[in-house]
Design a protein around this ligand. Structure first.
Ligand code: ADP
Ligand code: ASP
Ligand code: MG
Length: 440
């Protein structure tokens, strides 16, 4: 007998019929002789609807109360799912994050899991029940308040529980057939990926591919939990995220271009480019007319850090000879933009700049692939593809296995499609299926 953790996302449990369908799937796993722990998200767009509700009451909801409100979404789905399983003649017990022992720090809206004490879940399994856990939530170790893990956080609940309980596998059920070379909602020709390393998946998730919550991939990597992403609407095999080498005949050993790992001298199965991610959640701030002398960048970013903002890309222009001044642009999460503009403006005299520009109509495209390390010419090809599509690049940044560019947001979708085609990623096997969800 093995222990399986299954996570069902919001679009998989969007209405009563979907809940019943998911309940049948869970019961099938139980019937096959496995212990089953299920992590469930809020039904459909419930979390967004609850956010909208809070906004209608106040523009600045207190963080503690917002978390209390949002966690209600998962509470509804876990109870309804347990009922649907009971209706099939099996016993399921639902648990809130707090009851399941998901202990976090006290940061409302972006809490990090610091411990998992799943005693009640273990007991429920030992008594023959299926355990249903509300995703995306926990309880603070210090304040004892209810916290949330950030949007998309149910994936992290699932992988963290799988790690804490030494599960054999963590299955993430969603509304597409696994991880694709781009978001199928934007690139219908996106190609299905059967197997991908945690390193590449981390880059894709960190750069906007919301198929998986970034921290769930970090967890999976640290504790070596294989993740299996698949659709709850089909029986297709999905995507395995793992660093274990594939055995012959394993899921994911086909459809790969081989490339040579020069240091090891062995051939590893990995495509040169694994995919194109996009992110529409950032904004760009330009600090115009900064004195081009040592210390000014340090002062600017100290102010940004004090405002507790997470900076992503940074670009400094060449200094103008006449003025001896330069412009510094950086990107950050859009919802932190207002706070940072205010903080910089307040410190204007000490920072010595001329003016501030705030642009929230930007998008980021990221090309990701482990094969970039050993294959020259990837950036040249990327820039050519964008140029052919008449797309202007505003900023560029790179890592060992990623190149990112910022464009205007209305050109982002075209940019993603152009780059996807240019790198030969388009599938010849028909369009990728999106089974549900609103893409919200
Ligand atoms: P869930 O509600 O199941 O958690 P999400 O909406 O959070 O689902 O994530 C699934 C969505 O992720 C897909 O519907 C798809 O639009 C989007 N997505 C973005 N990038 C990718 C990608 N590379 N492969 C597959 N899906 C992706
Ligand atoms: N319901 C939460 C959200 O919409 C968590 C999740 O779905 O993972 O962000
Ligand atoms: Mg999700």
């Amino acid at each position: 007998m093995s222990l399986v953790v299954q996570k069902y996302g919001g679009s998989s449990v969007a209405d009563a019929e979907s809940v019943k369908r998911v309940a049948r799937r869970i019961v099938e796993t139980k019937k096959a002789g496995h212990d089953v722990v299920v992590v469930v998200s809020a039904m459909g767009d419930t979390t967004d609807d609850l956010m909208d509700l809070a906004q209608q009451v106040t523009p600045l909801p207190p963080a503690r109360e917002l978390d209390m409100l949002l966690t209600a979404g998962e509470r509804i789905s876990m109870a309804v799912l347990a009922m649907a399983i009971a209706n099939l003649g099996y016993s399921a017990l639902s648990f809130t994050g707090s009851q399941a022992g998901v202990i976090t720090d006290e940061a409302h809206g972006k809490a990090r899991i610091i411990d998992i004490t799943p005693g009640r879940i273990t007991k429920a399994l030992a008594e023959g029940h299926i355990a249903i856990v509300a995703g995306f939530q926990g309880v603070s170790q210090t304040t004892k308040n209810i916290t949330t893990l950030g949007r998309g956080g149910s994936d992290t609940t699932a992988v963290a529980l799988a790690a804490a309980m030494s599960a054999d596998v963590c299955e993430i059920y969603t509304d597409v057939d696994g991880v694709f070379t781009a978001d199928p909602r934007i690139v219908p020709a996106a190609r299905h990926i059967s197997r991908i390393s945690t390193e590449e998946m981390l880059e894709l998730a960190a750069n906007g591919a919301k198929i998986l919550h970034l921290r769930c991939v970090e967890y999976a990597r640290r504790y070596q939990i294989p993740i299996h992403v698949r659709s709850s609407f089909s029986a297709k095999e999905g995507t395995i995220i793992t660093d274990q080498p594939a055995a012959a005949g394993d899921l994911g050993t086909t459809n790969c271009q081989l490339h040579q790992d020069s240091e090891e001298g062995v051939t590893v199965e990995a495509p040169i480019i694994s995919g194109v991610a996009h992110d529409r959640s950032e904004a760009k701030i330009t600090v115009v007319g900064v004195p081009d002398r040592p210390g000014y960048a340090a002062k600017i970013f100290a102010t940004v850090a004090e405002a507790e903002a997470n900076v992503d890309m940074i670009v400094q222009n060449v200094s103008s000879v006449e003025t001896g001044c330069t412009d510094i642009s950086f990107t950050l999460p859009r919802n932190e933009g207002d706070r940072v503009v205010k903080a910089l403006d307040k410190a204007r005299d000490t920072l010595g700049f001329v003016s501030l520009q705030f642009d929230d109509h930007v998008g980021k495209l990221s090309l990701v692939g482990a094969g970039m390390r050993t294959n020259p010419g990837v950036s040249a090809k990327l820039f050519q593809a964008l140029s052919d599509a008449d797309i202007n690049i505003e900023m560029i940044s790179t890592s060992e296995i990623r190149i990112s560019v910022v464009t205007s947001d209305d050109q982002l979708d075209d940019a993603v499609r152009a780059v996807h085609t240019a790198f030969g990623l388009d599938s010849s096997e028909g369009e990728a299926v999106v089974y549900g969800g609103t893409g919200r």
